[in-house]
Write a protein that binds this ligand. Structure first.
Ligand SMILES: Nc1ncnc2c1ncn2[C@@H]1O[C@H](COP(=O)(O)OP(=O)(O)OP(=O)(O)O)[C@@H](O)[C@H]1O
Ligand SMILES: [Mg+2]
Length: 257
């Protein structure tokens, strides 16, 4: 890993991670179903190609490339055209095949990364490794193998991972992947005033400073938009945000004149 930064391509998110992910790092994006993991992954790849001239690779274990073309197009990102221009490759595979390919130095995936000069990789999603290894040590070994292979290739990767807990405490983590990766970004649903909002925070970033705020974000027709932090709220990461005592006082009695 170097000190050089690989920007996500959105000012608000990049400012949270001190300008970007560290070049050559492995980064985990974890969240409940529908929180926007795939969208964040697609936008990272799209920005890389369009804004920074960095070709990208998406390896998916769950959606066919056609689904990606369709979903990306909803944001105005023409992935099919980028593939034709050899700036992007979307591969539908499974964890075993992907690992075996990366183990071979003359394998198809390694050649592809080198020939296309791939700089950014998204793996959607690491949750599939949990179905091929029951033993936590075996799982850690498989996850580390993939992470190390991508580091060896010098690419900056986003590893997407599902988190079953829709709201409330995060429990029963079988995978130790948060310990293996260099940075860990968590997406959460939060209940505020009887509505569901989405929250984002950076839990760790090795070798770098990062913002500790819990920020609100939305998915719009432009992709993800990171907004202000949840001010005057407590308990956001528990899933149910409530007013701080100070704000509750102001709500009831108004501000001191
Ligand atoms: N074009 C769009 N405009 C606005 N919001 C959108 C658009 N496309 C998707 N969304 C929102 O993004 C959510 C899904 O995003 P995404 O597929 O990235 O989530 P995910 O975390 O990858 O989900 P899963 O766990 O099912 O893989 C949708 O539920 C919807 O709220
Ligand atoms: Mg997804």
């Amino acid at each position: 890993m170097s000190e050089q930064r690989v920007p996500y391509g959105s000012d608000a998110l990049d400012s949270m991670i001190s300008g970007g992910f560290l070049q050559g790092s492995a980064n985990l994006i974890e969240g409940a179903p529908g929180t926007g993991k795939t969208t964040i992954g697609m936008q990272y790849i799209y920005n890389g190609i369009i804004k920074y001239g960095e070709p990208g690779l998406i390896i998916t274990f769950e959606e066919f490339p056609q689904q990606y073309y369709h979903d990306a197009m909803q944001f105005g990102w023409n992935f099919k055209k980028l593939e034709e221009q050899k700036l992007l490759k979307i591969i539908f595979s499974d964890p075993h095949t992907t690992l075996a390919e990366f183990d071979k130095m003359d394998g198809e995936l390694v050649s592809l990364v080198e020939h296309m000069n791939i700089k950014r990789v998204v793996i959607d999603s690491m949750t599939h490794f949990e179905s091929i290894a029951v033993d936590p040590y075996e799982l850690r070994g498989l996850e580390s193998r993939l992470i190390n292979a991508l580091k060896r290739e010098g690419v900056t990767s986003l590893f997407l991972r599902e988190n079953d807990n829709l709201l409330g405490q995060v429990t029963h983590v079988t995978s130790k992947i948060p310990f293996i990766v260099d940075s860990y970004l968590l997406l959460r649903y939060v209940e505020i005033d009887s509505a569901i909002a989405k929250a984002l925070c950076i839990l760790k970033m090795r070798g770098s400073d990062h913002q500790k705020d819990i920020r609100c974000f939305r998915i719009t027709s432009q992709g993800i938009e990171v907004e202000a932090k949840f001010s005057g709220r407590e308990g956001i990461m528990s899933g149910i945000g409530h007013s701080t005592p100070q704000d509750a006082f102001v709500n009831v009695f108004g501000k001191k004149k």
